[in-house]
Design a protein around this ligand. Structure first.
Ligand SMILES: Cc1cc2nc3c(=O)[nH]c(=O)nc-3n(C[C@H](O)[C@H](O)[C@H](O)COP(=O)(O)OP(=O)(O)OC[C@H]3O[C@@H](n4cnc5c(N)ncnc54)[C@H](O)[C@@H]3O)c2cc1C
Length: 405
């Protein structure tokens, strides 16, 4: 049986980039992939357009991975967003940055990204074994033995890059956690990240599509503020979504409370403004007055209707109870989280192989020599915007550069 210099379990961006950079060092490399093709998640990334990475300095990147960004410092400095862009462009696919900083191929097609990666793997003579699901692996006298549902493989080094648990149809079903545990590694409980949020008695189904830019979202647990975040929020037909909610969702638990400020002004300030205006311009309708807060008209109308307040009522005639209620709904709107979108809809997985047991300078296991981890299998999840593919590629390349035979 051939003994490869490096066996890569899982052909997502982490595994693919690791295989490419190890093969460039003249190593013999095999990718073992359970699906009928590698890179299924690349194909769905960015709604099929593939938001490969993001503009910005590494320090900006490090803040986009919740509390775990620090672990990625070496990986990101070793393989920067510019390196990823240069690599793809050097293979003939031009990249472009959109206004929001997200970087996509100019063709806006994920298939173009995946095809060039497959071409490169073939050029570098990486063996790809598809339809092979790894069920166990162990290290026996300096060699890793890898058993799939079909055959056995051997390698001097082993990289596990099987992804997380989100979008299981793409192949990431959490198998890697069991494989890591076989080598004694601990797993931080996996949970859906980058997902939508369901709240109790959601009243805005008919406002589906209404969005709010750069609003403040505060997270409370047991009456204590845990964190706050700023981002865009979208009402859908059944839940809260938009990048502000999705990026922040890694911290949410069922039963938590969100307070959203839709106006950009503090509750007390709005309250004062209403009182002041009712003295100086009391004949103005409340509809006219509230339009100054730059909130979607449909939302405002809905609030008036839901709470039985006539939109034409004059400011000077607005009752104290209605003033307090409207101020709260606009600047400290409470939502009680009933559940989060599950792994079928989450774009990433929080939790995974514990970072305490992985060397961040090499991606090598601290427990087993020559065993490496990369990508979303690790306890890392980034914001939307290209941060996850970049993390997968950077950790994969760092592992490849660290592997020795
Ligand atoms: C809908 C959606 C859209 C996204 N869009 C973006 C985006 O635009 N930009 C961005 O940065 N991120 C995006 N992400 C996240 C990003 O795609 C992932 O973070 C990234 O693909 C993780 O790479 P990975 O290589 O670690 O794992 P994966 O891409 O999940 O790859 C893991 C591979 O391992 C294989 N595998 C699993 N178990 C086994 C086994 N037992 N044996 C053999 N093979 C196995 C799987 O089949 C899979 O091919 C998106 C995710 C989703 C779900």
């Amino acid at each position: 049986m051939k003994i490869y210099d490096l066996i890569v379990i899982g052909g997502g961006p982490a595994g693919i980039f690791s295989a490419i950079y190890a093969a460039k060092k003249n190593m013999s490399v095999a990718i073992i992939e359970k699906k009928n093709n590698i890179g299924k998640k690349i194909l769905v990334a960015g709604s099929g357009k593939c938001n490969v990475t993001h503009q910005g300095e590494i320090n900006y990147f490090l803040n986009r991975y919740g509390d775990h960004g620090k672990f990625l410092k070496n990986a990101l400095y070793n393989y920067k967003p510019e390196d990823l862009i240069d690599f793809i462009e050097s293979k003939g696919l031009k990249m472009q940055a959109l206004e929001n900083g997200k970087i996509f191929p100019e063709t806006m097609r994920s298939t173009d990204v995946l095809n060039l990666l497959i071409k490169e793997l073939k050029k570098l003579k990486v063996d790809i074994f598809t339809n092979n699901s790894v069920i166990s692996s162990e290290k026996k006298s300096e060699t890793f033995k890898i058993e799939t549902d079909k055959e056995m493989f051997s390698g001097k080094n082993l990289l596990i890059s099987t992804g997380g648990k989100s979008y299981p149809a793409t192949g990431s079903e959490g198998d890697g956690y069991k494989l890591a545990q076989m080598f004694g590694h601990s797993i931080e409980a996996p949970r859906p990240a980058l997902t939508t949020v369901y709240v109790n008695d959601y009243p805005y189904a008919d406002l589906s599509g209404v969005s709010f830019q750069k609003v403040k979202i505060e997270l409370y647990r047991e009456n204590k503020k845990v964190k706050e975040h700023c981002g865009d929020v979208l009402f859908t037909h059944s839940n809260l979504s938009g990048p502000g909610i999705i990026d922040f969702s890694r911290y949410f638990l069922k039963g938590d409370t969100l307070f959203i400020n839709f106006t950009g002004k503090e509750l007390e300030d709005i309250s004062e403004e209403i009182i002041e205006a009712s003295k100086t311009n009391g004949k103005q309708s409340i509809k006219r007055f509230f339009s100054r807060y730059n909130i979607p008209e449909r939302f405002l109308k809905k609030l008036f209707k839901m709470h039985d307040i006539d939109e034409n009522v004059k400011l000077g005639e607005l009752s104290k109870a209605d003033r307090v209620l409207l101020t709260k709904k606009l600047s400290k709107h409470e939502f009680l989280i009933s559940r989060l979108g599950n792994f079928d809809v989450a774009m990433a997985t929080a939790g995974g192989v514990s970072l305490k047991e992985v060397n961040q300078k090499t991606m090598e296991s601290k427990l087993v020599k020559k065993l490496y981890f990369a990508g979303e299998l690790l306890d890392i999840d980034g914001d939307t915007g290209g941060f996850n593919i970049q993390a997968a590629c950077s950790t994969g390349v760092l592992a490849a550069k660290s592997v020795k035979v």
